[in-house]
Design a protein around this ligand. Structure first.
Ligand code: F6R
Length: 264
């Protein structure tokens, strides 16, 4: 893992957007995996700015979101589909047919909807770059603790911690969903590159377990240790519990010298 520690959230957001923009410039038909949540909002704002001011072109990009709530209609203001339109899709030149988000209210069965999503990813040629956030319990996507490290897209029951963490996005009195469809850990690990973003002290424990802890289904994000092309982009607070910060800085400097093409 390449661990990149930025000063603050603004720098983290700019850096993440720059990495995505570089990947899009190298491969204009990039298959881009996206995440929702608070962490990515600054990165989406920066991508929108780059589209407006620097002509960053989304016309050939195809996107695949990690997850969607079960039980909310797609047009519900708190659905991940609505959130993605508000933060990014409505402000850039992406074709509607290039946007893929799991269907949280399928007309047929959830099994069929999940298989269809996996098939859509396969048909597009797989995901080139997957963006992931991390939950306080170490989840990626909504792969809650004890998820199989080989799991595929499926419905997943959310932990009470995750439900509480999501509550602030819902109007008072409205109960946040208790389940979601999520790409599995096995699905995520098939992406060619993965970029994990984490910001704030509340994520420091999960980040340390994911990066330096044992590989374990108790911390889904630890499965990223199995992937050869993972970049972990943190702000100082999220990096606080890491034991090897100096080593990560040195290793980044060395990579700049030895393998600059592998950097973003
Ligand atoms: C959302 C997702 C989740 C979030 C995670 C962190 O698509 O996959 O894993 O990335 O729950 O959420 P925030 O960024 O709101 O703290």
């Amino acid at each position: 893992m390449l661990v990149f520690i930025t000063n603050d959230y603004a720098e983290l957001s700019r850096q993440a957007a720059r990495m995505i923009a570089n990947a899009m410039r190298k491969k204009p038909d990039l298959r881009l995996g996206l995440a929702t949540g608070d962490t990515q909002q600054g990165m989406y704002r920066e991508l929108v700015r780059m589209h407006r001011e620097d002509h960053l072109d989304f016309s050939r990009v195809k996107t695949f979101n990690l997850d969607e709530y079960i039980g909310l209609p797609a047009e519900h203001p708190q659905s991940f589909r609505s959130s993605m339109h508000k933060s990014l899709f409505d402000h850039v030149n992406i074709a509607a047919s290039h946007i893929h988000i799991p269907d949280g209210s399928p007309r047929d069965s959830f099994d069929q909807a999940c298989n269809r999503y996996e098939e859509e990813i396969r048909r597009a040629g797989g995901i080139d770059l997957q963006i992931v956030g991390i939950g306080k319990d170490g989840h990626i996507g909504f792969n809650e603790p004890t998820s199989s490290l080989a799991s595929r897209t499926r419905p997943k029951t959310l932990t009470q911690q995750t439900i509480e963490d999501n509550r602030h996005n819902f109007p008072a009195g409205e109960e946040p969903p208790a389940a979601a469809i999520t790409m599995g850990i096995g699905t995520i690990l098939e992406a060619r590159r993965i970029l994990l973003l984490a910001s704030g002290a509340a994520k420091a424990k999960a980040v340390a377990l994911a990066v330096e802890g044992p590989l374990s289904a108790a911390v889904s994000a630890s499965a990223l240790q199995m992937h050869p092309e993972v970049t972990v982009l943190l702000d100082r607070e999220a990096a606080e519990n890491l034991q090897h910060k100096d080593y990560y800085r040195k290793s980044l400097d060395m990579s700049r010298k030895l393998t600059p093409d592998r950097l973003w």
